[in-house]
Design a protein around this ligand. Structure first.
Ligand code: HEM
Length: 437
């Protein structure tokens, strides 16, 4: 833990982040069930309502759910920020995020504007609460690091995504508001490349060397990778206000180059890691990094005037590679390190309080053993490959892909619940040992 000074005493109660982590696989499961239930023909276009519902069950229900839970922990422990009334605010955030995502999916599926109206209100409230928690945590933080700056930039990207998303959703919710379709690509690019991309880069600086035992990221690139990506997105978005396609394309290529540099450095660090034993978490990261590299190349083809696919297939392939291949793979890998770390952290605080031996705490590696993670990794990878194949052959591959994705998320949930049971058991044993003392 050389890179980051962990301010352990600031850690919020374990259930604050953990309930976000338990809820997320349920949304991924809901996305898989909705895929199984929908006619494969609806997946031929990115604008189909089931696909928009499934996309948001994944990007808000799974991805944002885990990333908000993890960030609340990070801002307290890594940056040492103090957040007033954290328990109430985080409960409100969790409830609004859960109900808002359900309303939004119901709104897309049923076309009933009342669901969309409640989604706009609930998700708006959820992200206001989240911004409040994060900005009060960061502003009260004493630690200044590349990670703190990166998190701040990712939050700016998230707020742009959310504002555009709420505006788009208002077009579905109220007849008097036009659906601002010209902003959809800006919304999703700021979400996937801005919020997710910048956050992954920032988190990687800390967790890749810490948990995968690699050398640290080179100090020459860490301070500017995230700011350059944000700047690139601003330049790319200039197309909305000035008609200068060359400038916008320059921004896009700058963003692509930044992501390729990050991917290359990460794969090189993983190749040079000190411990070479197979580790499923490293493989989740590798799949994620290879996917974003593939997605960037896929995006670059049309920029160079090369069309290898029809537009709709290209869009679906790009979306699947980024959401399932990049974001969800890396988030899975991160969860398997964050949850044991959280359990270890809270048990350590307990034994220190009760002046007991640290030997009462189980080895962190046994909290979610690699033998339990591996089958879930293979199911995830197989479902990703089948989803990619289903872009061209939906009748053949969509059902097996969704089934494997569902089983993969059931296993993820089971792994999380088993770890939490171990935590409760050990905590009870520690308290008992403390009362015997
Ligand atoms: C408050 C949160 C959000 C709201 C209200 C929202 C709303 C919407 C709406 C209404 C659309 C459809 C636009 C249309 O029909 O043209 C859309 C599309 C999309 N959104 Fe969001 N969104 C939110 C958050 C996010 C986040 C955080 C991400 C990614 C990290 C994201 C990724 C996408 C993608 C990828 C699409 C396009 C889907 C496709 O083309 O099939 N959204 N969003």
């Amino acid at each position: 833990m050389s890179q980051a000074k962990l301010i352990l005493s600031q850690s919020p109660p374990p259930w604050v982040p953990l309930r976000f982590f338990v809820t997320a696989p349920l949304f991924a499961l809901a996305a898989a069930i909705l895929t199984l239930w929908s006619d494969p023909i609806t997946f031929a276009s990115r604008w189909s309502m089931p696909l928009l519902a499934i996309t948001h069950l994944l990007v808000i229900g799974f991805m944002a759910m885990i990333m908000t839970g993890a960030l609340i922990q990070v801002v307290s422990v890594l940056l040492g920020g103090t957040i007033r009334d954290l328990k109430i605010k985080s409960s409100g955030l969790h409830i609004c995020l859960t109900l808002g995502t359900i309303s939004m999916a119901a709104g897309f599926m049923s076309g009933d504007p009342w669901f969309m109206r409640s989604a706009v209100l609930l998700l708006g409230l959820a992200f206001i609460l989240f911004a409040w928690i994060m900005f009060s945590g960061i502003s009260s933080s004493t630690a200044r690091s590349d990670s703190g700056i990166g998190i701040g930039l990712a939050l700016i990207a998230l707020m742009i995504t959310v504002l555009l998303g709420l505006w788009l959703a208002s077009g579905y919710a109220w007849e008097s508001i036009d659906l601002a379709r010209s902003f959809t690509d800006t919304h999703l690019t700021w979400g996937l490349l801005g919020w997710v991309g910048i956050l992954m880069i920032t988190v990687a600086y800390v967790v890749v060397p810490m948990f995968q035992l690699t050398p640290p990221y080179p100090g020459k690139i860490t301070p500017w990778l995230a700011p350059v990506l944000l700047l690139a997105l601003v330049i790319w978005s200039s197309q909305l206000v000035i008609s200068e396609p060359a400038l916008s394309r320059f921004g896009g290529i700058m963003a692509a180059a930044t992501m390729l540099l990050f991917s290359g450095v990460t794969l090189w660090l993983q190749h040079n890691r000190k411990k070479k034993q197979p580790d499923s978490v490293v493989w989740f990261w590798r799949v994620g990094i290879i996917s974003i590299t593939a997605a960037v190349c896929l995006w670059l083809f049309p920029q160079a005037g090369t069309y290898i696919l029809q537009t709709s297939e290209w869009q679906l392939l790009l979306g699947t590679t980024v959401i399932l291949g990049f974001a969800i793979s890396i988030i899975n890998g991160m969860l398997y390190k964050i949850i044991p770390f959280l359990i270890w952290l809270h048990l350590s605080i307990r034994v220190t309080e009760l002046k007991l031996s640290r030997r009462l705490i189980p080895n962190i590696k046994t909290m979610i053993p690699d033998t339990s993670i591996r089958p879930q990794f293979w199911l995830h990878l197989l479902s990703l490959l089948l989803f990619l194949a289903s872009v061209s052959w939906p009748d053949l591959f969509l059902t097996p892909a969704a089934l494997l994705f569902a089983i993969s998320n059931i296993l993820l949930l089971r792994n999380i619940i088993l770890a939490l049971q171990l935590y409760s058991r050990t905590e009870a044993e520690i308290i008992l040992a403390g009362s015997d003392n």
